[in-house]
Write a protein of this length. Structure first.
Length: 768
């Protein structure tokens, strides 16, 4: 039975309640029930309303019983929301929909019924990440490998990626296997799967992979589910990975009544296995598919939609659609160029305070960053001015595990009596010191009436600890004595880098070779950069204590700070997008690793960022960022140039050479025929983890842009002529002070409340 959707949509007469408030394309997607349908739904176009209405329509018109419909989502939250919305349309009938849920929950239910076909029992256990890592560590140890050289987390990441691609151990070629332990990847993968079966267990990746294997090998089982499911509906189809895609295609190949909803322009999760090609080839997988484009946007202003559409047009791998809205007016996107990252944070704070004075709720304001390390500068600024904020999708900067570890080392150096800090890092990274060793150290400390660290040094020279543990503890305590002496003659930032390198902490993260580990390395790099503003370790630790104690009260409105990835699916009245510079966004790491495909995904990420805004979107970029102690000139993101001029207004606070550099860059010819720009070697002698900094790809920039970049650099280094010895000045962080020494553009200032500091003259103003 096939509806005639356009006839039904011609007027509201005779339409069911769930279709009355839908626009024409939405109704078409709902009422075209037979055959494959691709609902290409742009940002803010009401795709959830259309999908739930379609689901209600299938039940209300008795095309299928609720138990004959498979509806797949990516998150439990999405599944709950869909169930609630469908329930509003069809009442209690929604309770009879056992196959509405996430990929993993549905496959887990199927696998319970067919577990014996993959060597499991129906009461199998699903292990979590911690259990998985413990199992892999045991296997690595039993194989005689050094877990520091071949971390369990790295192997877990590889196995997860293989399963996401639908690969079994026998499917791995030599190249895939080479990724771990010099060609032993397939061997470990096979042994891991055998170990799981012996435990009657599986991990989350197995839920889908086992069912895919069953469908491939057991034709009768596949046909059973093909007969059961008269209709298949899939949300966020652009986020499917290979194994999800193959599983769905097998289920839908018989009846071909599959409706997928997605937006190729919002496919931003390749790093966790999502393949945008799945939605791009839907019409090839299901010939004759009906493509319905949802393009009427109910969220944003015309300028926001025009800017986003113009930007995404630069991508070649897309199906194509143009968002529009009936809303009139609205502000153009503001593109603001600032001198450096601290000014960027100050400017965002000022703009938000202005909005707050105008009556804008803080809960409807968000700041979007490309990477988590970018939040540190903004958090510090907001704390200074007393602006409430929340971090979504992660921890506040100083609450992240790797930052707490680093701070714990510094606290023990500064204060040997800090037992809590010592407990945190005595075996981090792993040194073979377990809970029994810690217990013996606590007993010894109580007996001697000494702090834990001091007692550990004494116990290392006694017979109370096992010889190996005593040697390890002794070496660690000697390191602390040396670092404590070093703290008197090097900067806090240099001390941190030394500690992280000499303890092997950075090497531990680098060995993991995971996206999470790379993010943690970036956070530690940002911590070191933050410490460059402080003369002593004590000053910095005092600052951190004040920051972490700030805003303990969760009441009241707060500005939201999050990564762009975490913002997908959300919307705010006012959006601030920071750090739109080459190397930051688009991410240089992403471009280096993924080439053109990664560039297009970065552009989709920019599209997602802009389309989160309902009323206003502000984009900021800085001419300079301080990376690993060096001021690096930054070129504005290519995405800024791709924004249509009629939808943006540009503003810059740069002056002199920097302003000229900004103007010339906005008129540049495209110097980037290839995707990834060669970067100058910025390596130092600090060892692993501190050798690479973001760069502008200087060799690939046109000569006239190079010249103006030099002008900007010269401008930065040129000392101010309006400041002399004895001048009274004001610094935003340290307050009022008097200039006591001057060397180029560097000032030594005796501040009234902060003591003597050395700062750049660009950070102070003459006091009135």
């Amino acid at each position: 039975m096939t509806d005639t959707p356009l006839a039904l949509a011609a007027g509201d007469a005779g339409l069911p309640p769930y279709a009355e408030r839908l626009n024409m394309p939405q109704r078409e997607a709902v009422l075209t029930t037979e055959g494959p349908v691709l609902m290409l739904a742009g940002a803010g176009t009401g795709k959830t309303a259309a999908l739930t209405a379609r689901l209600a329509h299938l039940v209300a018109t008795r095309r299928a019983w609720p138990s004959e419909i498979l509806c797949v989502t990516f998150t439990n939250k999405a599944a709950r929301e869909m169930r609630e919305r469908v329930g509003q349309h069809i009442g209690d009938a929604v309770e009879g929909m056992p196959w509405l849920g996430t990929f993993h929950s549905i496959c887990a239910k199927m696998l319970r019924r067919h577990a014996e076909l993959v060597g499991l029992q129906s009461n199998y256990t699903i292990i979590d990440t911690d259990d998985q890592l413990r199992l892999l560590k045991t296997m690595i140890k039993d194989a005689g490998l050094d877990e520091k050289r071949w971390p369990a987390r790295q192997l877990a990441g590889l196995i997860d990626r293989w399963k996401n691609r639908g690969l079994n151990p026998v499917d791995l070629d030599a190249g895939e296997s080479e990724a771990y332990a010099n060609g032993r990847g397939a061997e470990f993968y096979k042994a891991y799967q055998e170990r799981l079966k012996a435990l009657n267990a599986c991990d989350f990746g197995d839920l889908l992979l086992h069912m895919l294997n069953i469908f491939r090998r057991e034709r009768e089982v596949l046909e059973q589910y093909q007969r059961r499911f008269k209709y298949v509906l899939v949300d966020e189809y652009q986020d499917t990975n290979a194994v999800q895609y193959l599983w769905l295609r097998l289920l839908a190949q018989d009846r071909k009544n599959i409706c997928v909803v997605g937006d190729d322009d919002q496919s931003i999760y390749s790093w966790r296995g999502a393949e945008v090609a799945n939605i791009l080839r839907f019409e090839k997988d299901f010939p004759g598919a009906k493509v319905v484009k949802l393009e009427q946007n109910y969220r944003s202003t015309p300028h926001i939609l025009g800017a986003a559409s113009g930007l995404i047009d630069a991508n070649s791998q897309r199906l194509g659609k143009t968002l529009w809205t009936e809303t009139q007016g609205g502000d153009k996107l503001r593109v603001i160029g600032v001198w450096d990252a601290p000014e960027e944070a100050r400017r965002v704070g000022e703009e938000i305070e202005r909005l707050e004075r105008e009556g804008a709720p803080l809960d409807k304001i968000a700041i979007l960053v490309r990477a988590q390390y970018q939040t540190r500068e903004i958090e510090d600024r907001f704390i200074q001015i007393g602006l409430n904020y929340r971090i979504i999708g992660g921890f506040r900067f100083y609450e992240r595990a790797e930052i707490r570890d680093a701070l714990a080392y510094l606290r023990v150096i500064a204060q040997p009596q800090d037992d809590l800090a010592f407990e945190r890092i005595y075996n981090q990274p792993k040194r073979g010191l377990g809970a029994k060793t810690l217990e013996k150290m606590h007993i010894g400390a109580r007996r001697m009436g000494m702090p834990l660290a001091a007692a550990a040094l004494q116990l290392a020279d006694s017979d109370e600890l096992p010889k190996r543990a005593a040697g390890t503890i002794g070496a660690l305590m000697r390191d602390f004595l040396r670092w404590r002496e070093m703290a008197e003659r090097v900067t806090p930032s240099e001390l941190l880098r030394t500690v992280l390198d000499e303890t092997g902490y950075m090497a531990m993260l680098e060995a993991e070779k995971t996206a999470e580990a790379k993010g943690r390395i970036e956070n530690l790099s940002e911590l070191a950069r933050a410490m460059e503003d402080y003369e002593t370790l004590g000053d910095f630790l005092e600052h951190v204590s004040l920051v972490m104690d700030n805003d303990r009260n969760d009441d009241g409105e707060k500005v939201t700070i999050m990564t762009i990835h975490a913002a997908k699916g959300l919307e705010f009245d006012n959006i601030f997008c920071v750090g739109w510079e080459e190397g930051v966004f688009p991410s240089q790491r992403a471009l280096d690793e993924g080439g053109l495909a990664s560039l297009e995904e970065e552009r989709r990420l920019a599209y997602v960022a802009i389309t989160r805004a309902r009323r206003r979107c502000t984009i900021l970029h800085a001419a300079n960022r301080r990376i690993y102690g060096q001021w690096t000139s930054s070129i504005p993101s290519r995405f800024i140039e791709e924004l249509p001029a009629e939808h943006i207004e540009q503003e810059t606070t740069l002056t002199g050479g920097a302003s000229m550099w900004q103007a010339n860059w906005s008129e540049r010819e495209d110097p980037f025929a290839h995707v990834s720009r060669d970067r100058p070697d910025r390596s130092s002698s600090r060892g692993p983890g501190w050798q690479r900094a973001l760069s502008t790809g200087y060799e690939k920039v046109p000569a006239r842009v190079k010249e103006n970049t030099r002008s900007a650099a010269s401008f930065a280094a040129k000392p101010r002529t309006d400041i002399a010895l004895g001048a009274r000045v004001f610094h935003e962080k340290f307050g009022y002070g008097v200039v006591t020494d001057q060397e180029g553009n560097k000032l030594e200032i005796e501040f009234e409340h902060a003591g003597t500091k050395r700062v750049l003259d660009s950070f102070v103003s003459l006091a009135e």
